[in-house]
Structure formats: structure tokens, C-alpha cells
Design a protein around this ligand. Structure first.
Ligand SMILES: C[S@@+](CC[C@H](N)C(=O)[O-])C[C@H]1O[C@@H](n2cnc3c(N)ncnc32)[C@H](O)[C@@H]1O
Length: 427
């Protein structure tokens, strides 16, 4: 496989390309690399390669004429990629797809970047190596060369050492250990010394799933999982329900807004009680408070709960009872907060929810808060929470559909989406 690297700093690569497995692959001719400096194609006597940005602003921009000449000088540019922080993140899938090419040309930017017209004039894709800005595209290019080369047959001593690596199966790899068996009092896991290959394989799979669940749960969305894996993941996730148990929901029926923008009360809805309780149980949260100061409504809710918790419903559908057991009927958010304080030893942070613009808290921020404290997510019925309830809260969560001009989800749907964004399996 051949790489062309377009760079203003060819000397950058002098040593790094020649050590370890990459050096060996170059020596053996498994990969070849040509470094091309656009400065060699600059046509003014100062060999200029940059200029001031149109529109003003700080820094310089790499100019197109020398770069275009450099690219056009290539006999076979193959697949062309510009290293750029805005690009497609470099991952295993992208590395595999590049490894299928004969020739790849990597273009390294410097300064503020390259004149954007490069992307209209040449068929370049963009690749980023992470959500950080580096001084130039040279280290990113090196990452691409290394990630791609090690996928080439014969690059690694043992081809199988790559089959189980992090990301290859969509999971993080299990931990490795080597001699000595005990170091500074820390032992190698016993199973690895057992010589029992089946047990070792099972342990490694479990540790790989554990690491992925803890460190990169987002990978689970695409990972290929067997039913045994899902069972293990479920068991592993039972080990850490603390964050979910810190989360509580309150569904406020008064004071909420009516369609004229006035504060008032709305009736309970059977569906809201059932469905939000089922969501609450599914996501393992600490409790679900149905808030209404109206006595007849409270009695209605109590009768409903009684049917499913103690009456005929309890025998007919115990699963429903398990969900509805999380429901508490209270007058208002204040009573809900007091109940949480009694239970957790600390008043919860109140976070309002709204379909309207203006929410300032992100789902990730709430997830982070839950690590250390209880949070009561306050949902409204009718036309949303009355201002007096909202003012009582420490913040308002962003609307679920921030970009839509039609935002009329049922509160049940909103509760489900909000819980999934905060506590979903893929974190
Ligand atoms: C200082 S950076 C330019 C940053 C640019 N002004 C911005 O804010 O996006 C100079 C060059 O480094 C390379 N670069 C920097 N960070 C990168 C990253 N995370 N992934 C890939 N390339 C990167 C690109 O080639 C970029 O043109």
C-alpha cells in the first residue's frame, strides 16, 4: 500500500516512520510513503505557501496554488483525505475502509487551515483524529498511516492479536497481564492462571463487555452482541444502579398553564400514571411523584394504585404492580422534594422541563449531576408548568426537539425520551 503525505514539514516524519512495526513494514516494502512539500511547488521567489484570510481575522491560511500543483503532480493520488478537526472521526471502520485502497493521499494543514475551495476542486474527504485542535495535520496523518497499516495482512506478527483488539468487534478489549504473578501486592486474576481456556475466554469476554459498558457505552449501540452478551451486560449494569436511583420524576397537574396562558389545574390521566411508572421502572429511577393538590384526584389515583398493588390487578399483572409501586401521590413539588430528602438525606436539585425554547441545561449535565446528588425532573401537564413552578427550579432542561417548529409530544413520550437521553443504555 502506498501513502502520499502532503506536508509543509516532511522532516517531521524522519524518525517516527522508522521505528517499531511501521519501520519494519517500510523496510519490507509492505507499505511505501512519499512525502511531498507544497513549498516545492510555490512559484514566487519567497516560496510562499500561506496568506492572510479574506474577511480579516487572526492567523494565516494555506494557499491553493502550490497545493493544487503538488496534488496534480501525483501520478496516482488514489483516495484523498484532508486531515481536519471538522472531519469524519477516525475509527476502526474508516481505517478498515482505507486499508482496502492501493493508494491514499493525506493532506496535512497548517496555520488556520487550508483555503476551503480545496474541497470543491479535489475529491477529498475529511478526517479528524479527535475533538481537539492540533498545530498541524502531521500527527493526524501519522495516526491514519499507523491505524491503516496495522490492518494490512502480515503487518503484525500474530494476525490473531488484532482480531480481539479494542474496536475490532465493536467493543473495548479485555485487560492484559503478564509476569510477575504478584506485583506490589496486586495479583493477576486467578482465572488467567487456571489454564482452562474456556473459562479464560468467558472471563475475557465479560471484562471486554464491562469495560465497554463503563467507559464507552455508546459503542454498544453498534456492537454485535450474542444473547449471552446481553445477559452479561444486564447483570453488569445491575451492579451500578446508583445514578438512576438518584433520579426522580414529578408530574405536575397544578399549577399548570391552560391554553389562555392562565395557571390552573388539570385532571389526572390514567395513561400518564401507568406509562410514566413503567418508564420509571424500566430506567431504574428512584421514584415517580404524581402531584395534584385536589383531594378527589388524589383519591382517584389512590384507588387506581390500590387496584394494581393490592386488588385484582396485582394477581393479573404483577409486572404492572412493580412499576406502579414507584408512584407516590403528593400535593406538589415541595412535598415531593421533602419525601426525597427523607429518603436520600438530601433535598433534590429541581430541574424543570419544557417544550418551549430557553432551556439551558443539557441532558449530559443532568447525567453528571446524578453522579453526586438526587435530581427531581419536573414535568408539566396541560400547556406546561406554570411560571411559579419553573421559578422554583434550579434550571430548565433543553426541549426534546430543539430544532422542530412542531413540539407537541405527550408528556409520556417526553418523559420516555428524557429518561433515555439521561439514563439510556448507551450513556
Ligand atoms: C491549527 S489547525 C487549524 C484549526 C482550525 N482553525 C479550526 O479551528 O478548525 C491546523 C491544521 O492542523 C490539522 N488538525 C488540527 N487538529 C486536527 C484534528 N483534531 N484532526 C485532524 N487534523 C487536525 C488540520 O490539518 C488543520 O488544518
Amino acid at each position: 500500500m502506498h501513502f502520499n503525505i502532503i506536508t509543509l514539514f516532511p522532516e517531521f516524519f524522519a524518525s517516527v516512520l522508522h521505528c517499531g512495526l511501521l519501520g519494519k513494514a517500510l523496510e519490507q516494502g509492505m507499505i511505501t510513503i512519499r512525502l511531498i512539500n507544497p513549498r516545492d511547488f510555490s512559484q514566487d521567489r519567497h516560496r510562499t505557501v500561506d496568506d492572510r484570510p479574506y474577511g480579516g481575522g487572526p492567523g494565516m491560511v494555506m494557499t491553493l496554488p502550490p497545493l493544487a500543483l503538488a496534488l496534480r503532480s501525483l501520478e496516482e493520488p488514489g483516495r484523498m483525505a484532508l486531515l481536519c478537526p471538522k472531519g469524519r472521526p477516525l475509527d476502526h471502520e474508516l481505517a478498515c475502509s482505507l486499508a482496502g485502497e492501493q493508494v491514499v493521499t493525506l493532506i496535512c494543514g497548517r496555520y488556520e487551515g487550508i483555503d476551503h475551495r480545496l474541497e470543491s476542486l479535489f475529491p477529498v474527504e475529511t478526517i479528524s483524529v479527535g475533538g481537539v485542535v492540533l498545530n498541524g495535520g502531521e500527527t493526524p496523518a501519522l495516526q491514519v498511516v499507523e491505524a491503516v497499516s496495522r490492518l494490512l495482512p502480515g503487518f503484525m506478527g500474530h494476525q490473531e492479536s488484532f482480531a480481539e483488539e479494542t474496536f475490532v468487534q465493536g467493543l473495548l478489549e479485555y485487560p492484559h497481564y503478564t509476569r510477575p504473578e504478584v506485583f506490589e501486592g496486586v495479583r493477576v486474576p486467578e482465572v488467567l492462571l487456571s489454564g482452562d481456556h474456556a473459562r479464560i475466554a468467558a472471563w475475557r469476554r465479560k471484562e471486554s463487555l464491562r469495560a465497554t459498558l463503563e467507559l464507552r457505552p455508546d459503542l454498544l449501540r453498534e456492537a454485535v452482541l450474542k444473547s449471552e452478551d446481553t445477559r452479561l451486560l444486564r447483570a453488569l449494569s445491575q451492579e451500578r444502579p446508583r445514578v438512576a436511583r438518584n433520579c426522580f420524576l414529578a408530574l405536575v397537574h397544578a399549577p399548570v398553564l391552560n391554553k389562555f396562558g392562565q395557571s390552573g389545574a388539570v385532571s389526572l390521566t390514567n395513561l400518564d400514571i401507568h406509562d410514566i411508572a413503567r418508564c420509571s421502572r424500566t430506567y431504574g429511577i428512584g421514584g415517580y411523584f404524581v402531584c395534584t393538590p385536589l383531594q378527589d384526584q388524589q383519591q382517584l389515583a389512590a384507588r387506581l394504585l390500590d387496584h394494581w398493588l393490592r386488588g385484582p390487578g396485582a394477581g393479573a399483572n404483577p409486572d404492572r404492580g412493580e412499576a406502579l409501586r414507584l408512584v407516590r401521590i403528593v400535593d406538589d413539588v415541595e412535598q415531593a422534594s421533602e419525601a426525597i430528602a427523607r429518603h436520600c438525606g438530601q433535598r433534590p436539585l429541581l430541574v424543570a422541563t419544557s417544550a418551549r425554547e430557553g432551556g439551558d441545561m443539557t441532558f449530559a449535565q443532568v447525567r453528571e449531576l446524578l453522579e453526586d446528588q438526587s435530581v427531581l425532573l419536573v414535568l408539566g401537564t396541560g400547556y406546561g408548568l406554570a411560571p411559579e413552578v419553573q421559578e422554583h427550579c434550579s434550571g430548565t432542561l433543553r426541549p426534546v426537539r430543539m430544532l422542530s417548529d412542531y413540539n407537541h409530544l405527550s408528556v409520556r413520550a417526553a418523559a420516555a425520551i428524557i429518561l433515555d437521553r439521561i439514563l439510556g443504555d448507551e450513556g
